[in-house]
Design a protein around this ligand. Structure first.
Ligand code: NAP
Length: 316
């Protein structure tokens, strides 16, 4: 690739939204470039069994599903590049992006940069990240064989991670800030029935205890009802408190909502900038499923196709 390579379509992100956009745009002969991002394959590559993607009655492992999508897309000639977008000038014509120092331009852009795990933002959390604190059970669970672990959160991710971690840990305690779970009934039931899983209700994390040499030794908790503080001993703590959209580099250019998600026009994937479309978790704070991301990836590809046809037509 030269420093000024130009593409009709560039897709930022290679999760199920990005790859579905690539599948449709490559089959429409638009020769897209996919910028794979820091986590090629997206969030499904750090999940285990996917039981709710249609077409797989026995379920499928997240990384395998993404591998299959990648192979399907490669078949139609999509180009891929590793790396992340470090600068985006969306209002320029053509749209200009920088991928770790390399400049690329495009006529239309599909942003499918997804979302990343949310952290609590405590100093002790960043100090002990990788030393007992983690936001990815499938990446780090293996290191906690026969250890006592805490999982923080009350949604589907927390239930899924806790259930998965019982494969390694001697005991898993789900720590939730309320006394009611947000997780779906089936995921709750699985966790509640698991003899290795216990629950601590109405507790928030005040501090992660330990140091980088010894690793995590426990958590300082605060009861959200009584305000009482207590210490909880554990060697591992996994955060499963939701996600934040990866939109930092688009701030000030694209219309974002209060939590940073890209705002798309109703019933479309169009953003406030002509030629810039958004698909998947980066614009969806509600459904956030692999299948809905894939669906909006398809919508973005079709919207892009129409946009480029109109652009061509207006040029005469
Ligand atoms: P989520 O549904 O937003 O749940 C986040 C949990 O973390 C909530 O229980 C929330 O507490 C808690 N939380 C948030 N901020 C916190 C903070 N600062 N301190 C303490 N606790 C905090 O996120 P998710 O579980 O990652 O799920 C996201 C989406 O993915 C959902 O649509 C879910 O259905 C889907 N998902 C599906 C599967 C599956 O089907 N296999 C697996 C994983 C995720 P509150 O409840 O008090 O707000």
């Amino acid at each position: 690739m030269t420093d000024t390579a130009h593409y009709k379509v560039i897709i930022i992100g290679s999760g199920s939204a990005g790859l579905t956009s690539a599948l449709y745009t490559s089959r429409a002969n638009l020769d897209p470039l996919v910028i794979e991002g820091i986590q090629p394959g997206g969030q499904l590559t750090i999940t285990t069994d996917v039981e709710n993607f249609p077409g797989f009655p026995e379920g499928i492992l997240g990384p395998e599903l993404m591998d299959r999508m990648h192979k399907q897309v490669e078949k139609f000639g999509t180009k891929f590049i590793y790396g992340t977008v470090t600068r985006a000038d969306l209002k320029k014509t053509p749209i200009e992006l920088e991928i770790e120092g390399k400049k690329v331009t495009c006529d239309a852009l599909i942003i499918a940069s997804g979302a990343s795990a949310k952290l609590l933002g405590l100093k002790s959390e960043s100090k002990l990240m990788g030393h007992g604190v983690s936001a990815c059970a499938t990446c780090d669970g293996f290191f906690f064989k026969d250890k006592e672990i805490a999982v923080i959160g009350g949604g589907d991710s927390a239930m899924e991670e806790a259930t998965f971690l019982t494969k390694f840990a001697s005991k898993v305690t789900i720590i939730h800030r309320r006394d009611e779970l947000r997780a779906s009934a089936i995921m709750q039931e699985r966790a509640l029935k698991n003899p290795k899983i216990e629950f601590l209700w109405n507790k928030m994390i005040k501090e992660f205890l330990g140091n980088s040499e010894k690793g995590l030794e426990g958590l300082r908790l605060k009861d959200t009802k009584t305000g009482k503080e207590s210490d909880f001993a554990c060697q591992g703590a996994f955060l499963a408190i939701g996600h934040v959209p990866n939109t930092e580099i688009f701030k000030g250019q694209l219309e974002l909502d209060d939590t940073g998600y890209i705002i798309t026009k109703p019933k479309s994937t169009r953003t406030n900038i002509p030629g810039v479309f958004a698909a998947g978790d980066v614009q969806d704070s509600i459904y956030r499923q692999a299948i809905t991301a894939a669906g909006s990836g398809c919508m973005a590809a079709l919207d892009t196709q129409h946009y480029l046809e109109e652009l061509e037509f207006s040029k005469g």
